[in-house]
Structure formats: C-alpha cells, structure tokens
Design a protein around this ligand. Sequence first.
Ligand code: RP5
Length: 167
Amino acid sequence: MSQPFVSVLMGSDSDLPIMEASFEILRKFEIPFEVKVTSAHRTPKATHDFVTDADQRGCVAFICAAGMAAHLAGAVSATTLKPVIGVPINGSLDGLDSLLSTVQMPGGIPVATVAIGKAGARNAAYLAAQIIGVSDPGMHQKLIKERADNAASIIAKDAALQESLKK
Ligand code: RP5
C-alpha cells in the first residue's frame, strides 16, 4: 500500500468480534487498513517482523487488541516510533487484566490505551482518524462533521425522550 494506512493487530482471532467495531469506523472514514492476527507471546518474532515491515510500508498508526496478559500493544510500541493504540479485550476478569497490562507501560514506550471492549475498539479507530487528521485537512473536516452528527443524535434522543414522557 502506498497510501497511508492503519495496521490493526489482534492477539487471537477470538478478539475479532470486538474489533469489528473498529473496522466499521475505519471504513466510515475511508481509512485504508490491514488486519493481522499475531501474538506478543505466541509469535513474538513474527509480530516484530510484521511491525517493522508495516512501519517501512507507511503505516501511520497501529491499533493493537489483546486480552488477558495483554502485551501486544507494548511489544509493538517497543518496535516502532509510530503511534500505538491499545485496545484491552475483556477475555477474563472483566478485562481488568488486559487494561492494566496494556496501560501500565514504562516511561518512554507509550501506548495510547482506550476503553475495554467495543467502546475502546471504536475509539481506537477515531483516535487513528484524529492522528491522520493532524496533517490531512479532508480527514479533519470528516471529524468535524462526525462530532456534529454525534451531538445531533444525542439531541434527537433527548427530544424523543421528552415526547414520550408527555404521554
Ligand atoms: C490474547 O489471549 C488474545 O489477544 C486473546 O484475547 C486471549 C485469548 O486467546 P485465545 O486463547 O482465544 O486464542 O493473547
């Protein structure tokens, strides 16, 4: 891919149902992306090689989803200077294990950690869009419209609620 793109990495295919929420937002913003199942623990060398290659091919940001002792985002951040967004997957302990494993990085090797589960998967894609939007005015405009649409939908929900309460 010569266009800037986002790489979405998952520790296992069991993370896929959650990460579909990320793909949906990336598609909405027309951001090219690739998806790879690769594990910090089970395939460490393949993960390193994939990230190095994606980095050289022009990946602008990595989204890394993993559950349990979730070290994928941290391992990716250790391999690249591109922004790394970590999505904690709720595979066990309500996702608290993966949240702490993802967020508690030592100074100098950052992982931008989002919420556990689907909300995090969605926000990872929004954050990637915002990273692209810093230098892409078209993406910036799309984000402005998205925020306005989001606000309009909440206002509409409130209006519907107020109507239903009158009955
Ligand atoms: C993590 O272990 C994966 O990201 C997944 O969330 C979890 C369980 O993996 P599977 O046993 O379902 O392959 O590395």
